[in-house]
Design a protein around this ligand. Structure first.
Ligand code: B3K
Ligand code: ZN
Length: 844
């Protein structure tokens, strides 16, 4: 396979002035006619006329009306063209009905739809399929289906046809087409300058009742982007379509967002509070892309974080504003540690802006997205809110309509603030999570904090240079009062000291408040110091972090030294749980523990080979001890979930249900699931139904409820995904591989549907001790299914390979078992480029 390098970028030899497409839809023989106006690009030296094209049957091609016979390969075509403006026309035939990869034009439940990012447009017609080639598009769709949609504004319509015109130049990856028997949930929005926008959420008949929440989220997003970023919507319509077969969450195609139905359809009976929150965030994310991604796009795919990091950062700001900012921040850090840290500290580590790839779809990663957003958060912290707002205004003004780079992005900050960001830029080029070590000194009223940074080697990057790390610090006095409010220290050297003068007593530092940088903080605190921070820190993030550190250290002690559960943790936690002044959602987060996979990673970092069963046992033991320690308080905490009034998926109610459900889980450890069975029977929303079912499964019960749940919900594919996932994720480790295998034989295991495949296989990978079953049965099962799925859907297969990314942490026997499976996958004939790249990086 060929490797593409950032350093090899050259512009395309031609500018596209307009694109006209005509689709004659037919399931197995769709005809696509294109008429494209090209002219030579004065800024390009290479004038090769190469158009990407894959899996296309070329029917005819012409230049300025004269038939031509281009050189066609399985990657595209070349033709000789005039050194002057010319019109290219082509007709191709494609087979959407057999497109199981879900990239290009494909079919899902009889509906036509598209996914073009990153390089799917080349499966629709011959085109310079690269993000720096931008053009307006006019699209005519001929097809006997009630709803025919494309990007932009509707400009014509009749029986069996529709025409759409998108006036905003865009790269081909933002092209979309949808045709099917769909119904709309419609609404409207008036922008701040008075433009009326028709809003439609298109769904399969039967799903109308699951649209209202998504529509409200869209309107809130439109308003928020006007209020906070001054960004207004720019077309007469905004369409969202829900589709069941989709490789990821959603796609921001101009004016026609396409969503995985799991990322937009919601009702209280079928969706959990977490589902609602995720839907609100994804709707916002895709909508925000209209400016950060569509109006200003990426020059090349190495710049992916330009749109993704920024848009994730923006959707996080939105969620913080709509809900609770501390709770959102804590949740994001939990996710970052669970998904991005393992990536950054393993064989798949890559910079936020990668420098090479074989298959770009493999780089839609937690590093590009979530670490990319952290980098923007740090930039904002360093320059301040006002300068950030100014820089963003300049970014939109200077780069509207362009395809940009990270250099362009940083330049607007340099120009607005006068700051030199060359060292900061290392966040984009160096992979790996920096470690920040803390030393303290106290003498004569002066407190000195010495911070040192280092980043371990990552593939291709043996040496790292110091980065600019904003470290937000506050100081607490011995009685818990804050003696110095939060200030941001800028750590730029490998080792650097910061002094605080005029203090009456040695303070207790609260470091990395709000998780001000995506680093691992190494601070030797005693359990008593952690307990002090848990009781007193005024920064909600660091207060939570103190509890998390106590829990982690207790667990590590139980695993490595056979220690008993720590009383600092149990007592500190109890005090927080008793404090009714604290937000229930925040208290629910306090009850959480690091994942077993994270614990395995920490043990590995300490030079201890993690034993998955020992980790599992420690977590179970600590949970049991926590339940006993809080026994008297649990009924009161649980009663929080019985909220007044009708179900609302807002922060307040969902926080209460989160705390109530966490309490029920502990109660189930004491009563064996008796109360959970009662709660299951009376649950009137999916959040409570699923939490009760989870408790029952964890208690080794719930067979009857599981069967009843199936009968109740077998008609609802999104609920069935939960049914598949839960059983595997919560199975006891010894039974997990067998339960997973049996479920793969279930008639409802539609493995070609990415949601269903991920529910089952992702559930297994999430069950840490079950996945790492000493027999290797889970490894083998996953490998069997990856091999089976690869020819059908390479993207989803490749993504799921990351379940193996941490394999070198484990003992030699497990490593041998995993290596054997990785090699078996690698040696499969005709393995896709996607999976080949993933497996070879994981094995390297
Ligand atoms: N931009 C899309 C992701 C496309 C993934 C292509 N493999 C969704 C998003 O980030 O909004
Ligand atoms: Zn995005």
């Amino acid at each position: 396979p060929t490797t593409i390098y950032l350093k090899d970028y050259t512009p395309f030899g031609y500018i596209v002035d307009s694109v006209h497409l005509t689709f004659d839809l037919a399931p197995h023989a769709t005809r696509v006619k294109s008429r494209i106006a090209f002219r030579p690009n004065p800024e390009a030296s290479d004038k090769t006329f190469f158009l990407h094209g894959e899996e296309l049957k070329l029917i005819r091609a012409s230049i300025d009306g004269a038939e031509v016979t281009p050189d066609v390969t399985d990657k595209g075509l070349t033709a000789s063209v005039p050194d002057a403006p010319f019109v290219w026309e082509a007709e191709v035939e494609i087979d959407p009905g057999n497109n199981t990869a879900l990239e290009g034009l494909y079919m899902s439940n009889g509906m036509y739809c598209t996914q073009c990012e990153a390089e799917g447009f080349r499966k629709i017609t011959y085109y310079p399929d690269r993000p720096d080639v931008m053009s307006t598009f006019t699209v005519r769709i001929n097809g006997n289906l009630p709803v025919l949609l494309s990007n932009g504004n509707p400009t014509g319509k009749g029986k069996g046809w529709a025409e759409w015109t998108d006036p905003w130049p865009k790269p081909a990856y933002l092209f979309a087409l949808v045709a099917g028997d769909l119904v709309a949930h419609s609404d409207g929005f008036t922008t701040k300058s008075g433009r009326h926008v028709d809003l439609n959420l298109w769904v399969r008949p039967g799903d109308e009742g699951k649209c209202a929440f998504g529509m409200e989220a869209l309107k809130k997003s439109m308003k928020w982007d006007e209020d906070v970023y001054g960004r207004e919507y720019d077309l007469d319509v905004f369409n969202i379509v829900a589709v069941d077969d989709f490789n990821m969450g959603a796609m921001e195609n101009k004016g026609l967002n396409i969503f995985n139905s799991s990322a937009v359809l919601a009702s209280p009976e079928t969706s959990t509070d977490a589902n609602f929150e995720r839907i609100e965030a994804i709707i916002a994310h895709e909508y925000f892309h209209n400016w950060t991604g569509n109006r200003i796009t990426c020059r090349d795919w190495f710049q992916l974080c330009l749109k993704e990091g920024l848009t994730v950062f923006r959707d996080a700001q939105f969620t913080s504003d709509m809900r609770s900012a501390p709770v959102k921040r804590i949740n994001d850090v939990i996710e970052l540690r669970a998904r991005q840290f393992p990536e950054d500290n393993g064989p798949l580590a890559h910079p936020v802006r990668p420098e090479s790839f074989q298959e770009i779809n493999n780089f839609y990663t937690a590093t590009v997205y979530e670490k990319g957003a952290e980098v923007i958060g740090m930039l904002k912290t360093l320059v301040g809110d006002e300068a950030y707002a100014k820089a963003l205004d300049l970014y939109f003004e200077r780069h509207d309509g362009q395809a940009c780079t990270i250099e362009d992005w940083l330049k607007v900050f340099e120009d607005t603030t006068g700051r030199d960001l060359s060292q900061f830029k290392r966040w984009y080029s160096q992979a790996g999570t920096p470690r920040v070590k803390v030393e303290e000194d106290w003498a004569d009223g002066t407190y000195t904090l010495t911070l040192s940074q280092s980043t371990p080697p990552t593939p291709g990057q043996p040496e790292k240079l110091p980065q600019v790390i904003p470290v937000a610090v506050g100081l607490l006095g011995p009685n818990g009062d804050e003696v110095r409010g939060t200030e941001v220290l800028e750590l730029t050297d490998a080792r650097q000291s910061f002094t605080f003068e005029g203090l009456a007593a040695k303070p207790v530092p609260s470091i990395l408040r709000g998780f001000s940088a995506p680093v691992i903080l190494e601070q030797d605190s005693t359990p008593a110091q952690r307990a002090f921070m848990l009781a007193h820190d005024t920064d909600p993030f660091n207060r939570w972090e103190a509890g998390r550190a106590l829990a982690t250290e207790t667990l590590l002690g139980m695993i490595t030294r056979d220690a008993a559960p720590g009383s600092d943790y149990l007592d500190g936690l109890l005090a927080v749980m008793r404090d009714d002044a604290l937000d229930p959602a925040y208290r629910a987060l306090m009850l959480g523990l690091p994942t077993q996979s994270e614990l395995a990673g920490m043990l590995h970092d300490k030079g201890v080979t993690p034993d998955p069963m020992a980790i599992w046992t420690a977590v179970e033991t600590l949970r049991q001890a926590t339940a006993q320690h809080m026994q008297d308080l649990l009924p009161r905490l649980h009663s929080q979930s019985l909220v007044d009034g009708p179900y609302r998926p807002d922060a307040e109610q969902s926080g209460k249900r989160a705390l109530g459900s966490a309490a029920l889980a502990l109660i189930s450890r004491l009563d064996g699931g008796t109360q959970a069975a009662t709660e299951y029977a009376r649950a009137d929303n999916m959040t409570l139904q699923l939490s009760a079912l989870s408790c029952l499964l964890k208690s080794g019960k719930g067979e009857a409820e599981l069967a009843a749940f199936y009968e109740q919900w077998r008609h609802d594919r999104l609920v069935m995904d939960k049914w598949f996932g839960l059983q595997v994720a919560l199975a006891s480790p010894d039974r997990a591989p067998e339960i997973a295998r049996r479920l793969t034989e279930h008639p409802d295991f539609n493995w070609k549907n990415p949601n269903r495949f991920r529910a089952l296989m992702g559930g297994l990978a999430m069950n840490h001790a079950g996945f790492h079953h000493a027999s290797g049965a889970s490894y083998e099962l996953l490998a069997d299914w990856l091999i089976r799925l690869d020819p059908v859907n390479p993207q989803t297969t490749a993504r799921m390979c990351s379940a193996f990314q941490t394999w070198k942490r484990y003992d030699a026997d497990r490593q041998d078992l995993i290596r054997a499976q990785l090699i078996r996958i690698a040696e499969t004939p005709d393995l896709s480029r996607d999976t080949t790249e993933m497996i070879s990086r994981i094995l390297a």
